[in-house]
Write a protein of this length. Structure first.
Length: 320
């Protein structure tokens, strides 16, 4: 079968157009005329990251994602390779983060480099630690986790409290509580009735209470007048003078007692002389004997008789 020139020309044109489209898309991801560096990072979830996704540093685009492959050495993880066309230098301690579409606002995920300038410079082929930037819901969920834990603890404590409360409020306790409330209601009713009776008593004795208050007021005024009279009479000054005189008298009396105690004066001698005391005691005894003898034999001391005779026996000392 002979192929016409027109058909050959059409096929070549289609192939050329396809090559141009593929080359254009390829050049969008990587430049053939710039020095490129390739880096690698590992993620458990790529968050919708695709080849040709933007790679940026501090918001400035410096490259694109080259490929995303499964990690053959670790199941469930991905190896993401990306190329940088910028000469921006950073250390191998820098980290890579995936920015989810919700945060990036571009409709697709992108990579961002968190640069660290301490340590050895990251050269082409270096593996950098990767992480995922938490979205709004993720951050909110992370903050809710501790709150959820505390809420569960509070609910558990509340459940225990309610169970204990139910155990306390058994049938007997409920009946007792009900009886107490009924008695309290009766008490409040009685108090209400007593209050009404007291109000009636106040109304009925309003005149008497008013009279009592008036008398109290008069008594208070009279007491005030008496106090004023006491003040006018200068009783305070007289009482002060009396106390001064009494103090002087007590001082003099104390002086006399001191002299008596020391033996000064006649009274002191009378009180302190033992011989005088013994003589007085002896005289007292003799006086007592004399009175006794006079009572027993009065004729010996007084003789008055027209025909009688004088008692010549004389005084006989009483034998003790």
């Amino acid at each position: 079968m002979k192929i016409s020139k027109e058909l050959k020309t059409g096929v070549i044109a289609i192939i050329a157009i396809a090559v141009m489209i593929w080359g254009y898309n390829y050049l969008k991801k990587q430049s053939l005329f710039e020095n490129t560096r390739v880096y690698y990072s590992e993620f458990d979830n790529v968050q919708g990251l695709t080849p040709s996704s933007i790679v940026s540093i501090n918001g400035f685009q410096v490259g694109n994602v080259s490929s995303i492959k499964f990690n053959a050495k670790k199941k469930g993880s991905f190896i993401v390779s990306f190329t940088l066309t910028s000469d921006f230098a950073f250390s191998d301690k820098s980290t890579i983060k995936i920015i989810p579409p919700v945060i990036s606002g571009m409709g697709v995920a992108e990579l961002t480099i968190i640069p660290n300038y301490e340590g050895k410079e990251a050269i082409s082929g270096t593996y950098l630690n990767g992480s995922i930037q938490s979205g709004l819901l993720g951050s909110f969920g992370n903050k809710l986790d501790p709150l959820n834990t505390k809420l569960n603890q509070v609910l558990a404590s509340a459940d225990i409290l309610i169970n204990n409360f139910n155990n306390i409020l058994d049938t007997k306790t409920q009946n007792n509580l009900k009886s107490t409330i009924e008695k309290l209601d009766i008490t409040m009713t009685n108090f209400k009735n007593a209050s009404k009776s007291f109000d009636i008593l106040l109304v009925e004795n309003k005149i008497k209470i008013s009279s009592i208050l008036d008398n109290t007021d008069k008594a208070s005024k009279n007491l005030e007048g008496i106090t004023a009279e006491f003040k006018t009479a200068n009783l305070t000054g007289n009482l002060k003078n009396t106390m001064n005189k009494l103090d002087k008298s007590l001082t003099k009396f104390e002086t006399i007692l001191t002299k008596v105690e020391k033996g000064d004066g006649t009274i002191a001698k009378l009180l302190n002389d033992k011989n005088l005391y013994n003589n007085l005691e002896s005289a007292s005894k003799e006086m007592e004997e004399l009175l006794h003898e006079f009572k027993e034999h009065p004729k010996r001391f007084v003789h008055f008789s027209l025909f009688g005779k004088k008692d010549k026996k004389g005084y006989v000392e009483k034998v003790k």
